[in-house]
Design a protein around this ligand. Sequence first.
Ligand SMILES: [Zn+2]
Ligand SMILES: [Zn+2]
Length: 348
Amino acid sequence: MTSARACVLHAKGDIRIEDRQVAAPDANEVLVRVGAGGICGSDLHYFQDGGFGAIRVREPIILGHEVAGRVEALGSGVSGLAVGQKVALNPSKPCNACRHCLQGMQQHCLDMRFMGSAMRLPHVQGAFRDRIVIDAVQCVPVDDALSLGEAAMAEPLAVVLHSLNQAGSVTGARVLVTGSGPIGLLTLLAARFAGAAEVVMTDVADEPLFLARTLGAFDTVNVAASAADLDRHVQDRGHFDICFECSGAGSALAAAFAAVRPRGTIVRVGIGDIASLPLNMLVAREIRLCGSFRFHAEFAVAASLLSDRRIDVRPLISATYPLAQAKAAFEEAGDRRRATKVQLVFDE
Ligand SMILES: [Zn+2]
Ligand SMILES: [Zn+2]
């Protein structure tokens, strides 16, 4: 038995750093010394609003599901991992026995345990703690030269790679990404890597759009300042082959219909507003609209793409805070003009 320091949310705005006991790893488990953890939109909703939609924080919960660390001890029967090895932690723990799991759709598992999620009660505790015991299969090795902060981006990158898989081939495609937060910017990087012909980014703030341009966006549009600027891209019944809606704003999803060409695809990645949609346009242009939820096989792909920096996420990590300053980290993460991805770091 050893102890861990954890970032625990008790209620909206009430974050405390507390000690937790950590048992020795059991068979097929691993003790990981966590090094870095990114604050995700869902963590931020728990902190700012006590939840989102019907999902509410009903008991103290350790937040965090975007983490990476080093293996500190191995339980019996673990192979393929070594003490000291850097790993990205896959927060997804499907049952692998229900009918959706057996069809290869683990993200729709009927008995999913996703780290740091208040969806079920008791809540599944998260990974913003300096030590965690976790199933060995959830530890995905990354290159030792990769920083743990970069490795912690495997989770949001996996979300993005799943949305690309939902869209079909991106090679040669004209792509619109609405919302230039971390998921939108990762979509830009992943779409460029996958061979998109052009990626146009929108947002309601200038700062993330500036970053988008430095990361290779073909054009950027501030839809709050001048939504009409998107018009130059929506001539002749729509210009884009694919739109990734990453903002969660209902208005952005509705606007995507005018921007996508006949038989184009809209993928909704962000969970957000209920929107009223121009469904007659969906019919008349034969637009394909689909959702994208979490990931499964894409996690290992994300870890691999990060490992040799075929996708380089360093420009997206905008700030790091020690665990003791977790509250300040969450406050900064909520400021879109300053923050892209804010991470907590844990002493080694
Ligand atoms: Zn996340
Ligand atoms: Zn299942």
